[in-house]
Write a protein that binds this ligand. Structure first.
Ligand SMILES: [Zn+2]
Ligand SMILES: [Zn+2]
Length: 106
């Protein structure tokens, strides 16, 4: 089964986003940012793909169906910290071009 990596940090401000953080936001490619960056700087525009964000689902700790080998006990969160390769100035321009277009029209 394909699965989210559950990246450990905001790719912009580097805040920790553990698997049960209610602040983690992801785009359709799993670019991962904190709610504060998404709302106040990115304006719901992914710096990489230009898509919108949704709250990252919380993977359960346990494998509630043991035969399926799911949950964090079997599929732990990634420990590889990711940082956007784009500069703040570059992201600002990108966001300005896209933010007023509804996600379904991008
Ligand atoms: Zn952030
Ligand atoms: Zn993206």
């Amino acid at each position: 089964m394909a699965r989210l990596e559950l990246r450990p940090n905001c790719e912009l401000c580097d805040k920790d986003l553990p698997p049960h953080s209610s602040e983690a936001r992801i785009c359709s490619y799993e670019c991962t940012y904190c709610a504060d960056c998404v709302e106040n700087f990115l304006h719901n525009v992914c710096p990489t793909c230009g898509g919108n964000f949704v709250a990252r689902p919380m993977r359960p700790q346990l494998s509630w169906r043991p035969e399926e080998k799911l949950g964090l006990v079997n599929n732990p969160a990634s420990k590889v910290r990711v940082h956007t390769p784009f500069t703040m100035a570059n992201i600002s321009g990108h966001v300005s071009r896209i933010k007023d277009i509804a996600p379904e029209d991008r």
